[in-house]
Design a protein around this ligand. Structure first.
Ligand code: C2G
Length: 451
């Protein structure tokens, strides 16, 4: 008599879950299924769980594969259960390869291949639909996206697209995902795309995907000009799809809290926002070698621009841009000063210059200080004239932050948060406008240098 045990949230129950339970049962004679509580999901950083636990248990029960259903409600319970039920095999989908190797001293650990592509039927539970996402571009961030998507309920990363056969092959080998070289074929398989290809390709991929009726989560910078950004948001509206620029900080819970605290009047009128993001880049990396689309501002500019635009708005009066060039002709360091009617702001980015990565929001009564990594916003404080009076905030933050933007994307597609207030179209367009000014100035300085 072989006992198999498996666990999951089983939210918005779909064929991936069904297949997993079926194959888990086939591994032995008796199958025990642990269904997570809301509390445990919250503690392990799973966001967006929609179905209540009773419904999730019911769905597992209806498959007929589980001989026993238990509740998983705390860290460390798996080891306790394996011993309590005398489990011979622990199994889970291959999206967790390696993650549960710590159970090997207690029983056999089997990672069953996950079901990559979920068919479009039977993916709706009430008003929510499981969103099938395809990744465009298989570079550095794609595997992180895939991992973080495991923590977002209601999202399934189905496949990827990359016309370059070599990197497509490497990605497939690493993740098991099918990588399409034909864009139309790829689009047919998904409801939405995440664009993580080189900067200069974002606009065209976003446009083509939306024209095919797909929602788009696009890495920053989405475009290099105000007109292009306006065109994409208008197209999203026309096609009735979601377009979201992936400025991850905008969706982090701590950043949301920081904004509300800043706007609550605690620090008085906001007069100045200073934000910096610098990361010394590998000399062989695209940020350094790409003279046209590399450089610090295009890579990181959206991070410091975000708090400025969120807090001071899109009606700036003057933008002053200064850069120190790198040997490749892009910017090693950029400082942007933005003037508003009653406030001012500075954004700093660096790939060849290191600076303090902090966010300071100065007001008439006090200031907010968010130290590095403020862009994940795990901690910030309010300080006053009275230096002994410091109010500290420790917001919740899990993983590397991507899960929050993926979850927001999913909620928007499902019709929750239709306004997109975390990063509105106007705010994203303002970032494109500043990017356009940066590009124009760089062109100008290059042509002067050429003269
Ligand atoms: N799964 C799969 N194919 C998919 C999606 C999910 O095989 N396309 C598998 C997962 O790998 C997991 C099970 O279905 O084994 C349940 O998935 P989820 O409900 O997403 O639960 P998960 O977050 O993977 O929880 O303690 C809980 C465990 O850590 C797993």
């Amino acid at each position: 008599m072989k006992t198999v045990i498996t666990y999951g949230t089983f939210d918005l129950f779909h064929e991936g879950h069904y297949n997993l339970l079926k194959r888990a049962k086939e591994l032995g004679d008796r199958l025990i299924v642990g269904v997570t509580t809301e509390h445990f999901d919250e503690a392990r950083g799973k966001v967006n769980v929609i179905d209540p636990i009773m419904k999730r248990i019911e769905n597992v029960k209806n498959t007929g594969f589980a001989d026993e259903i238990i509740i998983e409600d705390h860290e460390g319970q798996k080891i306790e259960d394996i011993q309590k039920y005398g489990a011979d095999i622990f199994t889970v989908g291959s999206d967790w390869v390696g993650h549960f190797d710590y159970l090997k001293p207690f029983c056999e650990v089997v990672y069953l291949p996950r079901t990559p592509e979920i068919s479009s039927t039977k993916i709706r539970s009430g008003k929510f639909k499981v969103i099938r996402i395809g990744i465009i571009g298989t570079g550095r961030v794609a595997p992180r996206f895939l991992y973080e998507a495991n923590y977002v309920s209601g999202v399934n990363v189905d496949c990827a697209f990359n016309p370059d056969a070599e990197s497509a092959g490497a990605f497939h080998k690493k993740t098991g995902l099918k990588v399409y070289a034909d864009f139309d074929q790829f689009l047919k398989k998904v409801d939405a795309v995440y664009i993580a290809s080189p900067h200069e390709t974002h606009y065209l991929y976003a446009k083509s995907a939306m024209e095919a009726g797909k929602s788009v989560l696009c890495e920053k910078p989405m475009t290099f000009s105000r007109a292009a950004a306006e065109e994409l948001y208008a197209l999203a509206e026309e096609k009735g799809v979601v377009l979201m620029e992936a400025v991850k900080t905008a969706y982090c819970p701590g950043f949301q809290q920081l904004l509300t605290v800043a706007e609550s009047g605690k620090i008085g009128e906001i007069c100045d926002v200073e934000a910096a993001f610098t990361r010394l880049a590998d000399p062989a990396s695209r940020e350094v070698t790409d003279s046209e689309y590399g450089g610090s501002f295009l890579e990181y500019g959206s991070y410091p621009l975000l708090p400025i635009i969120k807090l001071l708005g899109t009606e700036y009066e003057d933008v002053h841009i200064d850069s120190l060039p790198s040997a490749n002709g892009n910017d090693a360091y950029t400082k942007i000063q933005i003037r508003y009617a009653n406030a001012m702001a500075t954004a700093k980015t660096g790939t060849g210059v290191k600076s303090e990565g902090q966010l300071v929001i100065s007001g008439t009564k006090g200031y907010i200080l968010a130290p590095s990594p403020w862009w994940l916003t795990k901690y910030f404080e309010i300080r006053y004239e009275d230096a002994t009076k410091i109010e500290s905030y420790h917001p919740n933050f899990m993983g590397d932050g991507l899960r929050y933007e993926i979850s927001q994307f999913m909620l928007k597609i499902n019709g929750v948060d239709t306004r997109g207030y975390r990063l509105t179209a106007q705010e994203s367009i303002a970032m494109a406008d500043i990017t356009e000014r940066f590009m124009a100035q760089r062109e100008g300085s290059l042509s002067i240098a050429e003269d």
